[in-house]
Design a protein around this ligand. Sequence first.
Ligand code: FES
Length: 348
Amino acid sequence: MKEITFTINGLQVKANEGDTILGTALKHDVYIPHLCYHPDLKPLGGCRVCVVEIEGMGLTLSCKVLVEEGMRVITESPELSKARQISAEFIVVNHYAECLSCARNTDCRLQDMMNYLGLKEERLQSLKRINREHPIDESNPFFYRDPNKCVLCGICVRTCEEINGVASLDFTFRGFATKFSEMKDKPVTEPTCESCGECMERCPTGALARKGNERPVREVKTVCPYCGTGCGIYLGVKGNRIISARGDRQSSVNKGQLCVKGRFGHNFVNHPDRLTTPLIKRNGTFVEASWDEALDLVAAKFEEAQEKYGPEALGGLSSARVANEDNYLFQKLLRSLGTNSIDCCARL
Ligand code: FES
């Protein structure tokens, strides 16, 4: 790939051919305010706050324009601040600004942008015209959708289409009433949403946010225990509880993406109904037993079936949650008992 050299605020930087100005600037820790840009998605050019100046070209959207050899980019000037403020005011003027009670408080790209641009609450209040009140959709068990906090950046819509190929979300209605929703404004769980939460993960505001509003104290890097894919995840932990999971963007397996189970399915670890000891049915009722008792019983039943019906009557189903080595040993065990009826759930 051809390397391009250009300058940002007089600093020489290198990028690959095809990179955008915004993507390159962020990689080099030069902040340019932005809302509708996400590195995983095709640029939309909708919010217009990422404007920069290119010498000889004037003001342009840094998320859309590709770097060129010798280009000279300026990211700060009074003219740029004015242009960004005007675009930002259009976006935030009717935003439902209950930041303190919002699940995204302090982790919100809109907040970052407002602070950076110095937008004042009094000024926004004076611009407010209509009080928009959309109902909050809580139909999904894992995250809620609050159109009142949406800035119509389209990141959720593009994520569902470009990354998941599901296209469950789109912009609905027109003009001031525009919002993101399922077809015919149905609840978010209908009709095609897979609840993977990829849209929620990329949402820059509190419009799509995890239910529960708890923040982890630390994160533990691990591998998702569900299927045989082996997605890299970070589990968010608070005290002794797992309260969140996010994909590991450095993992070559999933590159940060997760399915519904990988992202939301870890509550079982602390669930009070979770079995923590083997159960044996005695007189029609399950009673707690030790592992030795349980394994002795299984061995005796295997022996009984083998004697009565022959070894082919036995079969074993292994799990994707165990290591390859354990699965290997399991099939050895079954074959040593004389059966080839072995399977594993490690497929998607
Ligand atoms: Fe460039 Fe929105 S980030 S237009």
